[in-house]
Write a protein that binds this ligand. Structure first.
Ligand code: PLP
Length: 405
């Protein structure tokens, strides 16, 4: 029996995560004894704030170790509703929320609950690697809309209009963006909203997971806030993973129309049930507790961003705009394509550049084509300033030494 005979055809056609592939490759090289600095991982390097960890421990001590309601503990759903009110100006009742095992499950539940074979999902590119694969697994068709550096890697109303068809079911928006760090302003969201108002059959998934990682004093805005008339067909998704350095706790949440939340709950009830009870208690402490951690980590990420961008822009062949949010720099490596590295590798694609950077400069990054835009590299700067400085210098040397093919 072969896997082709038994596997679900939609799953068989999906790709494993390119981010994990490059992370694994960098980790393997490190284990083999090379001094690798990995800028591949999409998670904060900070520890979860102490009071949140203590809330998790207290939950175990208090015996909160049983199943919870599928859509989440009432206390967490109330904390989520309060968060949307406080931080996003959205008037949300706790019944208008759902808690899932990570932001990823919010997205997956929404797509799986709604997509029928052939339904289209508009995904602006560069995109987070999991969107098209989730769409594929759920039987949908991704409609990738290229957004290049000229528009700050952002979707324009005209490009959106051109992509909408009668089969469009969802538009996925992600701001701040993984992998580009692009942030949509309120005005840009209003302009997209005006286009969407003319197409009432389109649902919108707003992935706000990097909400708090926004720099230079800019204010975050989410679509349902900018265009309240779209609220009845918008799923506003978020979680504690990036804001509170809680990637391993697996708590995500969302607010949206009740018919959609009910369908997601039905699906989750037959799949994972409620999220981990201990993590839910910790997430209550995160959402209801002090917020100084957020300001501190934002300041640190901004310093790292400035340091990395300055270094990369000194590397011949690379070009990097300053990203407005998240903890990624999406860097053009077009100037290296067609050249040969000092170690003899032909740099004929962004993937070849990423592999040569790892093998010759011991710096792990992810190639842009994995995110839908070739001739780019994604640098995740969720590491300390000293190794970041070192990685930047190694990348500069690598680029300076590259010669003609
Ligand atoms: N959305 C984007 C854009 C992400 O980058 C990630 C994680 O990397 C997620 C969602 C998922 O977050 P979580 O870890 O809460 O599942």
């Amino acid at each position: 029996m072969t896997s082709a005979q038994v596997l679900n055809t939609r799953l068989a056609a999906a790709q494993p995560s390119a981010t994990y592939r490059m992370m694994d490759r960098a980790a393997l090289r490190k284990v083999a004894g090379h001094p690798v600095i990995s800028l591949t991982a999409g998670e904060p390097d900070f520890d979860t704030p102490l009071h949140v960890r203590e809330a998790g421990i207290a939950a175990i001590g208090a015996g909160h170790t049983r199943y919870t309601p599928v859509a989440g503990l009432r206390a967490l759903r109330e904390a989520v509703a309060a968060k949307y009110q406080r931080e996003n100006g959205l008037d949300v009742a706790w019944q208008d929320t759902i808690v899932c095992s990570g932001g990823k499950q919010v997205l997956y539940n929404a797509l799986a609950a709604t997509l029928n074979e052939g339904d289209e999902v508009i995904i602006p590119s560069p995109y987070w690697v999991s969107y098209p694969e989730m769409v594929q697994i759920c039987g949908g068709v991704s409609v990738i809309v290229a957004c290049d550096a000229a528009t700050g890697f952002k979707l324009t109303p005209a490009a959106l209009e051109a992509a909408i068809t009668p089969r469009t079911k969802w538009l996925i928006l992600n701001s701040p963006s993984n992998p580009t760090g692009a942030v949509y302003s309120r005005e840009e969201l209003e302009a997209l909203g005006r286009a969407l108002l003319a197409h009432p059959h389109v649902l919108i998934l707003s992935d706000d997971i990097y909400e708090h990682l926004i720099f230079d004093g800019a204010a975050f805005c989410t679509l349902a806030q900018a265009v309240p008339a779209l609220r009845e067909r918008t799923l506003t998704m978020n979680g504690v993973s990036k804001a509170y350095a809680m990637t391993g706790w697996r708590i995500g949440f969302g607010t949206g129309p009740r018919w959609l939340l009910e369908a997601m709950e039905k699906l989750q009830g037959q799949q994972t049930s409620g999220a981990c009870s201990i993590s839910q208690h910790a997430a209550v402490a995160a959402l209801n507790g002090p917020k100084d951690f957020i300001a501190q980590s934002r300041a640190q990420f901004q310093r790292r961003r400035d340091l990395l961008v300055a270094q990369l822009n000194q590397a011949p062949g690379l070009r990097c705009e300053t990203p407005a949010g998240a903890f990624y720099a999406f860097v053009s490596c077009a100037g290296l394509i067609g050249r040969r590295s000092a170690g003899g590798a032909l740099l004929d694609s962004d993937e070849a550049v990423a592999v040569a950077l790892l093998e010759e400069a011991n710096v792990g990054v992810v190639h842009g084509s994995a995110f839908g835009l070739a001739h780019h590299l994604r640098f995740a700067y969720a590491i300390g300033e000293a190794p970041l400085q070192q990685a930047g210098a190694a990348v500069r040397d690598f680029c300076a030494l590259a010669g003609p093919a």
